[in-house]
Design a protein around this ligand. Structure first.
Ligand SMILES: Nc1nc2c(ncn2[C@@H]2O[C@H](COP(=O)(O)OP(=O)(O)O)[C@@H](O)[C@H]2O)c(=O)[nH]1
Ligand SMILES: [Mg+2]
Length: 403
């Protein structure tokens, strides 16, 4: 165990001290977190194998741990929670990169090229996916390991398809937990892939340090087609398939760059992805990373800060992958120096806790016997105009106080 942890085992996420002031000073709490010692023997072994096992042991232990974390059985969940907390001190040392884009844009091809590039530089790469479509259709549009033929057999890579059932919140949460397992196993680069369906992009931006949006070369011709919200949360836009039409890619790059300046150019205080804006009683979060708080002082008083950027490349020909990686490193250096990576993770952790609380409360509400009895008739009465919606809601909520 790392001594600098709080009693709850929260990771210190190095560098927070130099970041912008946090709304809530951390309160060390004694929340009786199960420690390694209190894990059942089988899970203590799993923990040891994940963190220090040889390659083959580690791979098996990661898969077993993730399976345990994904189980819905109550006894498994108890074990999984204890294991997750025991893993926590070993997490947080990777860089978390989110990559999104429509099917066919070239995500898998790019992740294969990038992954191999990073492994050649000595990194270990985990690839996870958030695919909300798989829970609806039963088929996955992301989980195509076949497109990552070389990466999927590489010793230094771990690839896991999207959890295939549950709500987006549940799928995202399990991916988030799988990410922690991979980090504990020493993967220092975690790539989370998603597709532009529903809120999955927001969910992935809310669990990563940097969010990348992939576009096709003709994207600039129809900026309307690009969801504004996604463009706003993208730290980097990549125009792929530049080999097909170099001129179109360059045009798209210019158009998206100017659109980005419009989105970001007014110094507006966007909360970072995942910030729980609506949590009552909390002060506003610091300005966005690309706002003034993203500033890094340089000698001579000039200021350098990350500006959302557009680059073009060809994943198929592995052209521009090194430029991409340099851009990511520049982002990481600027953000880390200003303490913003740690700050973003803290906001994300808090936001996820609230997201899970909301989901859990709703589930408990629906499971309450009184609510189960009265929900349908009260809903019907609201629809018929016999009871005001707010009155029905209050009555249903009051049922929670009864047994
Ligand atoms: N010409 C060209 N084709 C590409 C490029 N990147 C991917 N592709 C092709 O586009 C198709 C979809 O790629 P894929 O990686 O599966 O896209 P994904 O659905 O976003 O994961 C495949 O046939 C790839 O070979 C590229 O840079 N240039
Ligand atoms: Mg794919």
């Amino acid at each position: 165990m790392t001594p600098s942890r709080s009693a709850c085992g929260a990771p210190p996420q190095g560098g927070a001290a130099s970041g912008p002031a946090e709304p809530d000073p951390p309160q060390p709490l004694d929340c009786a977190t199960p420690r390694d010692g209190s894990l059942p023997a089988a899970d203590a072994l799993l923990l040891a194998q994940v963190t220090t096992g040889d390659a083959a042991q580690q791979r098996r232990a990661i898969a077993k741990t993730i399976t345990l974390l994904e189980s819905t059985r109550a006894d498994h969940r108890l074990r999984a929670d204890a294991l997750l907390n025991a893993l926590l001190p070993h997490t947080g040392r990777s860089f978390r990169l989110g990559i999104s884009g429509v099917p066919g844009v070239g995500k898998s091809t790019f992740i294969e090229a990038l992954g191999l590039h990073l492994i050649a530089l000595g990194h270990r790469v985990a690839v996870l996916a958030v695919d909300p479509s798989s829970s609806v259709s039963g088929g996955s549009i992301l989980g195509d390991k076949t497109r990552m033929e070389q990466l999927s057999v590489n010793e230094s890579a771990y690839i896991r398809p999207s959890p295939s059932s549950g709500t987006l919140g549940g799928v995202a949460e399990r991916t988030r937990e799988a990410m922690l397992v991979c980090e504990a196993a020493g993967y220092d680069m975690v790539i989370v892939e998603t597709v532009g369906v529903g809120q999955s992009e927001t969910a992935v931006a809310g669990m990563t340090d940097m969010f990348v949006l992939m576009q096709l070369p003709n994207a600039g011709d129809d900026l309307q087609a690009i969801k504004k919200g996604v463009m706003e949360i993208a730290d980097l836009v990549v125009i792929n398939k530049a080999d097909l039409d170099e001129a179109a890619a360059t045009r798209a790059r210019a158009q998206i760059s100017s659109a980005q300046r419009l989105f970001h150019g007014h110094g507006m205080a966007h909360p970072a992805p995942g910030a729980p804006e609506e949590t009552p009683g909390r002060p506003k979060f610091p300005p966005p990373p690309w706002g003034a708080a993203g500033a890094q002082s340089r000698p001579g008083g000039t200021i350098e800060q990350w500006q959302p950027t557009v680059i073009q490349l060809s994943a198929l020909k592995a052209q521009g992958v090194d430029t991409f990686w340099q851009t990511v490193q520049r982002f990481r250096t600027l953000r880390a120096a200003a303490g913003q990576i740690a700050a973003r993770r803290q906001r994300q952790d808090e936001s996820w806790m609230w997201e899970r609380l909301d989901a859990g409360l709703k589930a408990r509400f629906r499971a309450h016997p009184g609510v189960r009895e009265q929900l349908a008739p009260l809903t019907a009465a609201v629809r018929a105009g016999q009871v005001a919606a707010s009155v029905a809601a209050r009555r249903l909520l009051d049922l929670l106080d009864t047994r």
